[in-house]
Design a protein around this ligand. Structure first.
Ligand SMILES: C[S@@+](CC[C@H](N)C(=O)[O-])C[C@H]1O[C@@H](n2cnc3c(N)ncnc32)[C@H](O)[C@@H]1O
Length: 276
């Protein structure tokens, strides 16, 4: 559905439905899917992301421009859903102590490949964002660029885990598919401009393998208000909310993100919150 690099580029033999699924089903399906899709994801998007680049979404806005994390020099920084660790590598190149975490071992193998190619190794952990195998109050910043957040069912558990590992006053910054995109068909062309689904329908987007009947991919929708409430419940106040505009000269299509849609509707939402 709405993730850039949606883990199911080839939807042959897959049925897309909206149905309730829980955390374990989401985790098992998405781990398998990202392991399967990682090679193609990195081959398709690696150059756009940059081996040590930090891109917040398909619009191409970078941390070099936005500086949403603040000064990372000397700071401990955790990335959720780090993929091949490009953003964490950017943090290390800017003097931070970054740790990357991802559910997919294959994505982390790509991170190892880039460690060797760039000479900037990213310490990496294979785990889920809902159970961080990391100590309390260790990090100054936790961030995610289209990483784990829209793939987990138990967002409340994940946000509580983020709070636990953040130091008081620490920052939580994340980009996700803009929640309003869930009203539209996932079509980069004109067909993706007409609202056809309720913004308030939180039923997850689920792909089911026709042959086996297994759930093969899951994404979870939360409204903007849901995210603000989830953060507030863990003592995290929203201090900034960005909706990156599509640059006039940008013409790269990524899944449902395109110039056609990007010039008219927001595709990415970036939340910046501060822990009490
Ligand atoms: C769209 S990719 C983004 C990767 C990277 N941030 C980038 O910009 O290329 C989403 C990533 O989230 C990871 N992911 C999905 N569910 C996760 C979970 N529950 N915990 C941690 N990572 C997860 C996937 O394995 C995948 O690497």
């Amino acid at each position: 559905m709405g993730s850039p690099g949606d883990g199911a580029p080839d939807t042959t033999g897959v049925r897309a439905i909206r149905v309730r699924v829980g955390e374990e089903t989401s985790r098992v399906a998405n781990r398998r899917d990202w392991d399967r899709y990682a090679d193609e994801y990195q081959a398709t998007h690696g150059a756009f992301l940059g081996d040590a680049g930090f891109v917040w979404g398909p619009e191409g806005h970078t941390e070099d421009e936005t500086r949403l994390l603040g000064d990372v020099a000397g700071r401990w920084v955790l990335e959720l859903g780090c993929g091949a660790g490009q953003c964490s590598r950017w943090v290390i190149d800017h003097g931070g102590h970054a740790v990357g975490l991802d559910l997919s071992l294959r994505q982390l193998q790509h991170s190892r490949r880039l460690d060797a190619e760039t000479g900037t190794p990213v310490p990496a952990v294979c785990a889920t964002a809902t159970a961080l195998p990391l100590p309390d109050e260790r990090f100054d910043v936790v961030f995610s660029s289209f990483g784990a957040l829209q793939f987990v069912a138990d967002a409340d558990v994940m946000v509580a885990e983020v709070r636990r590992v953040l130091r008081p006053g620490g920052r939580f910054v994340f980009s996700v598919t803009h929640p309003t995109r869930w009203m539209f068909p996932d079509d980069p062309e004109e067909g993706g401009l007409t609202a056809s689904q309720s913004y308030w329908d939180r039923t997850p987007y689920v792909e089911v393998d026709d042959a086996t009947g297994d759930v093969s991919y899951v994404e979870h929708h939360r409204t903007i208000g849901d995210w603000v409430s989830l953060l507030a419940a863990e003592g995290m106040a929203l201090v900034r909310f960005d909706e990156p505009e599509w640059p006039a000269d940008h013409d790269r299509t990524w899944g449902g993100w395109s110039r056609t849609r990007g010039l008219l509707t927001p595709g990415t939402a970036i939340f910046v919150a501060r822990r009490d």
